[in-house]
Design a protein around this ligand. Structure first.
Ligand SMILES: Nc1ncnc2c1ncn2[C@@H]1O[C@H](COP(=O)(O)OP(=O)(O)O)[C@@H](O)[C@H]1O
Ligand SMILES: [Mg+2]
Length: 357
């Protein structure tokens, strides 16, 4: 027992390990908990800022390396835990069990914005995050179909109950409006409808609320940003120039509204023929990454064109559920990790831009 390393020595070693995204050490970030030292075995819990952490293995390697130099340490046991930080713009202003709100936008329709929103949401939930999906696309609210939800549960205590599907909670404008009802949603009406989808719904604790905006830039982004504080916005684009110039406008709109841009996602980036394995860049390749670099915003990753993504949407089973080992599902998980990391970085910003609503 006497040659057990001291807790002080262990903590001192751990305080040399950096959180790779946040560039601060694990001890000052209060990520190390429950340290126990017994017979030279150091065990601890590491509380990540997201269960979808992309750099877990890097951190584990660095922890092991740092402790290897402490005399008496024979083995290291790391238990992972996660606690997604609440965006203080949200917790400060709304009494809602929602920690982060992420708006998914695109310059134009048909680029796969809804498909991306749904698969990212489900991928985050698969990794252990608590996820809500808010379908704010008043003109084409098709998330219920993509998640295979036909009906809303009955309201309780004067609040709407979100539907549950594939591990995520869901509310959709599609539940409020009959498909053939030609409602022209405008200004104040749209504003209050969107706000109600946050406030009049009995959400269970949500780490990430993914909001699917209608296509196009400006109006919907403006309405949402005025209705609730947003942690950040994401732009989905296909690689060709026309889509990208629309995407740039979407980005500019977020910036004008002082909504932090979490990044750009390139959808339908390429197609791999299942019979030959030959790869085709149908809409060009890499355009979104170049645009992201030019505009100094993070590039969150690219997703292939895969007919199974469309079939999944039509059938109500997202491709990350129906074909979890496919290249597209892996790509969705990687983009989900990058997105979660971008949100973590955002929530640690020392001086978040406050918007008065
Ligand atoms: N990566 C992809 N591979 C294959 N089909 C896709 C992909 N992304 C989207 N789609 C299909 O493209 C169509 C438009 O996608 P959708 O998500 O509805 O776009 P948006 O919300 O931008 O209008 C849908 O039929 C969808 O299934
Ligand atoms: Mg859509």
């Amino acid at each position: 027992m006497s040659n057990n390393p001291s807790k002080e020595a262990v903590m001192a070693a751990l305080s040399t390990v950096q959180e790779p995204e946040l560039h601060q050490d694990l001890v000052s970030l209060n990520m190390i908990r429950d340290v126990e030292i017994k017979d030279g075995v150091v065990s601890m819990a590491v509380v990540l800022t997201t269960p979808a952490c992309p750099l877990k293995s890097v951190m584990e390697r660095d922890i092991r390396q740092a402790l290897a130099s402490v005399p008496g340490v024979k083995d290291v046991r790391v238990r992972w835990d996660a606690n997604v930080r609440a965006d203080n713009r949200i917790s400060g202003r709304l009494q809602l069990p929602i920690r982060n709100i992420i708006a998914i936008a695109s310059g134009k329709g048909g680029v796969g914005k809804t498909t991306v929103a749904v698969n990212l949401a489900v991928a985050l939930a698969q990794m252990g995050a608590r996820v809500g999906v808010l379908d704010a696309d008043v003109y084409g609210p098709n998330i219920p179909q993509m998640l295979g939800v036909k009906h809303m549960p009955p309201p309780k205590n004067q609040k709407l109950t979100p539907a549950q599907a594939h591990g995520v909670q869901l509310i959709s404008m599609g539940f409020m409006v009959k498909p053939d009802q030609a409602i022209i949603w405008r200004g104040p009406l749209l504003h209050s409808a969107i706000r109600q989808l946050f406030t009049d719904v009995a959400w269970e604790e949500v780490d990430y609320m993914i909001v699917d905006l209608p296509p196009g830039t400006g109006d919907a982004q403006l309405t949402l940003a005025q209705s609730v504080p947003l942690t950040g916005g994401v732009i989905v684009s296909t690689p060709q120039d026309v889509a990208l110039s629309d995407a740039r406008r979407g980005l500019a709109a977020f910036r004008q509204l002082q909504v932090p841009v979490l990044g750009i996602i390139e959808n339908m980036a390429y197609f791999v023929a299942p019979d030959t394995g030959q790869r085709y860049d149908i809409f060009g390749y890499g355009g979104a990454e170049r645009a992201a670099n030019e505009l100094s915003v993070p590039f969150l990753g690219r997703l292939p064109l895969d007919p199974r993504a469309r079939e999944g949407g039509d059938k109500g089973v997202p491709v990350v559920v129906s074909h979890p080992d496919s290249e597209i599902a892996q790509a969705f998980r990687e983009v989900a990790r990058q997105l979660a990391a971008a949100v973590s970085v955002q929530s640690y910003r020392p001086d978040p831009q406050l918007r008065i609503i």
